[in-house]
Design a protein around this ligand. Structure first.
Ligand code: FES
Length: 269
């Protein structure tokens, strides 16, 4: 049987250093914050996904429950009536597979959670505790290679959420619909915009647009688009976080207005 060579700081040719790291700064703050934020989001989204209610207040719908797959609770929003209102598995549980799969396989989030949850490594110049490294060549991490397909799914959801944002300008009054703007409208538009920016800054998007070309000069349109998404790509980490907060806060907003805890301020109605 072939012996597995030690990895990390124990690898052949590496200097023998007993200390886990020689860094003296607070390198652990960043992975700690990452863990806290992601765990908080996972707990919140799980609670909301199983709640199965308070996800719609005319004309706003929570991104967790869009597209609306259960007529009950969606008012007169466009819906496909698949789920009974009392189903244990709510529509959100199925819907969230796609945006969460997109984020879970995202190149940036991979770096973030490999470092913070698996300590692999926890930070630059800090030894990791693992003795071997198989990267993304085995399950479950092998599954991260399907990121490109989640990107396509993410684009579809962006179109749906953009449609929701447009509908957020349509208020019901006197039995009809009128143009209006409320705080929720702004929240919905901001959420859709941030999701587009995050999706278009994706590394897969950049490769789909400008990859596998031998001569950019023969593809001026793709070159131009590649330049735009490359500019966004520089901000991918920031867009990943801000869009995650955007989704969570949009759901919180819909939860508050649909439960009556907060009244949506309306400037035009
Ligand atoms: S690399 Fe982050 S969304 Fe594609």
């Amino acid at each position: 049987m072939t012996a597995i060579a030690p990895a990390g700081t124990g690898a052949p040719g590496r200097a023998t250093i007993d200390a886990k790291t020689l860094r003296t700064d607070r390198w652990w703050i960043q992975p700690l914050i990452t863990v806290l934020v992601l765990v908080a989001f996972i707990i919140y989204s799980t609670i909301r996904a199983f709640m199965g209610s308070k996800f719609y207040k005319d004309p706003y719908i929570s991104p967790f429950y869009s597209p609306c797959l259960s007529k009950a609770g969606c008012g007169d929003a466009p819906s496909i009536d698949i789920f009974p209102s009392n189903a244990f598995f709510t529509p959100a549980i199925f819907i969230l597979i796609f945006p969460l799969g997109f984020r879970l396989t995202c190149y940036y989030y991979r770096k973030a959670y490999y470092r913070s949850f698996w300590l692999s490594p926890p930070a630059c110049a800090v030894a990791e505790p693992h003795q071997s490294y198989s990267g993304e060549t085995k399950l479950p991490l092998l599954g991260n290679n399907i990121h490109r397909y989640f990107f396509y799914a993410g684009m579809v959801f962006n179109v749906i959420l953009t449609y929701d944002a447009i509908l957020a300008f349509r208020f019901e009054r006197d039995g009809g619909h009128h143009f209006g703007i409320g705080l929720g409208t702004v929240v919905m538009v901001l959420n859709a915009t941030l999701l587009w920016l995050y999706t278009l800054s994706c590394h897969s998007c950049r490769h789909i647009i400008g990859g596998r070309l031998t001569h950019f000069s023969k593809h001026p349109v793709r070159y131009k688009l590649w330049g735009y998404v490359s500019t966004l790509n520089h901000k991918h980490m920031q867009l990943a976080w801000v869009s995650l907060f955007g989704v969570a806060l949009t759901d919180v907003y819909v939860l508050l207005v649909s439960s009556g805890a907060f009244t949506d301020p309306r400037w035009v109605s």
